[in-house]
Design a protein around this ligand. Structure first.
Ligand code: FAD
Length: 394
């Protein structure tokens, strides 16, 4: 071997950077992260980075709570902050999702999240510019916030370096190396350099599947391309009242710090499969832009005439139950996977960093439940289900 480390982290998205920062802070030995392009080159850089706590599972709500606290602290500490804003988030649904929404709200409240329930009349008062049908209900989560992805990634990278982690951009891992017993022994970089380590953590987002497959681990991860549209709000409209998740129109929208309104779909139904993330086309279809405008205008009529700025197709790494794979890869000692966040992972980053640090070096895993995220759960016939089926709401 040319070089050595105690833990190698592959990938400089929000997961890899948080894992490296927390491992280094826990004095888990020499922590080295390799990012093949630049921090945020994958999913994280294009993320909506909404930090909500509306989920169907206790562990996810608690991880989102713990991460929100960490992001707030980072915003205070990082020079210039991480662009954290706190507009709150409203959810609206029709009769089909009523039971699920009420269950999620009750679960949130039991964990101390402040949530206001809204009937159709309450929704109309809450946002008079929108149209709500009788029978629709909703809720408003006051603490829901968002951050600016690239500021956040830079701040977490600075945290990791300050704690002693070594981070390398422009440095791709070509292969995970293992001994004859499939124990991780390190990685081989794209330039041929070999780096030894007893622990390798794969945080490669949409690229994770191919890396792991080459190492003999076939995990149910796949990449899809969710399209996002950006609109200039109609004259006099200003920013929206809050962030919105509209289950009736299968849509979420959010006023960005740029002044544009970002619009995306909640379900994965329209996201095309991406067999090779390296040759993914970032362009969006005119049909998607027109459909986004029509769906948004059904709720907020003023958007009917809004000027479209264009859009971008990003990447999600999805699993069959829309929950991530976090933990040791069965049959491969020393190899861990942290991927498959299915379009809702940014808000969980700090808590995932704590969890992986506990898995690797011991200590407190926080609200993370190992079995919930077990990478081998599908092989055991287990799968998670959320209140709203398969969607970025988890
Ligand atoms: C459009 C969009 C909107 C979203 N909105 C939200 C939201 O509002 N709230 C929320 O919580 N989540 C949201 N998400 C999801 C969230 O952004 C992701 O779950 C999260 O960013 C995943 O981070 P990651 O670190 O796992 O993956 P990535 O960010 O994809 O990072 C993986 C990194 O690994 C690197 N890499 C890959 N292979 C190698 C290799 N061989 N060697 C070295 N480096 C390698 C890549 O270059 C990449 O930088 C959104 C995602 C998208 C795309």
């Amino acid at each position: 071997m040319d070089r050595s480390a105690d833990v190698i982290v592959i990938g400089g998205g929000i997961m890899g950077l948080n894992v490296a920062a927390r491992l280094a802070a826990a004095r888990a030995g020499r922590v080295v992260l390799f990012e093949k392009r630049r921090f945020g080159a994958g999913e994280s850089g294009k993320s909506g980075a909404i930090l909500r706590q509306h989920y169907s599972h206790q562990t996810l709500i608690a991880m989102a709570q713990s991460s929100l606290a960490a992001y707030r602290a980072l915003h205070e500490r990082a020079p210039g902050g991480i662009g954290l804003q706190n507009p709150g988030m409203a959810f609206v649904c029709g009769p089909a999702d009523r039971v699920g929404l009420e269950r999620n709200v009750a679960l949130q409240r039991s964990l101390g999240v402040e949530v206001e329930s809204l009937d159709a009349a309450g929704l109309r008062t809450f946002e008079p510019r929108a149209t709500f049908a009788d029978g629709e209900i909703g809720c408003f989560e006051r603490a829901a916030s968002f951050v600016i992805p690239h500021l956040t990634l830079a701040a977490v990278a600075a945290q990791a370096r300050a704690a002693g982690a070594e981070l390398h951009e422009g440095c791709g891992v070509a292969a995970i190396e293992q001994d004859a017993n499939r124990r991780a022994t390190g990685v081989r970089l794209a330039d041929g350099t070999r780096v030894a380590a007893r622990t390798v953590v794969v945080c490669g987002g949409p690229w994770s599947r191919a890396l792991l497959l080459a190492a003999g681990a076939d995990l149910p991860l796949s990449a899809v391309a969710p399209e996002q549209a950006f609109f200039i709000p109609p004259a006099g409209h200003g920013p929206d009242r809050c962030i919105w998740a509209d289950l009736v129109n299968d849509l979420y929208w959010k006023s960005e710090t740029t002044g544009f309104t970002r619009v995306g779909r909640l379900s994965y139904e329209h996201d095309r499969a991406v067999p090779d993330p390296d040759s993914s086309d970032e362009g969006v279809s005119g049909a998607f832009l027109a459909d986004s405008r029509a769906r948004l205008a059904r709720r907020v009529a003023g958007y009917r005439e809004a000027v479209c700025w264009g859009g971008v197709a990003a990447l999600y790494t999805v699993t069959p139950d829309a929950q991530a794979l976090i933990g040791p890869v069965a049959g491969h000692d020393g190899l861990l996977v942290v991927s498959g966040f299915s379009g809702h992972g940014f808000k969980l980053g700090p808590s995932v960093g704590d969890a992986v640090t506990a898995l690797v070096a011991g200590g407190d895993a926080g609200p993370f439940e190992r079995d919930f995220f077990a990478p081998d759960r599908f092989a055991r016939g287990a799968r998670r289900s959320g209140a709203y089926g398969s969607s970025v709401l988890g």
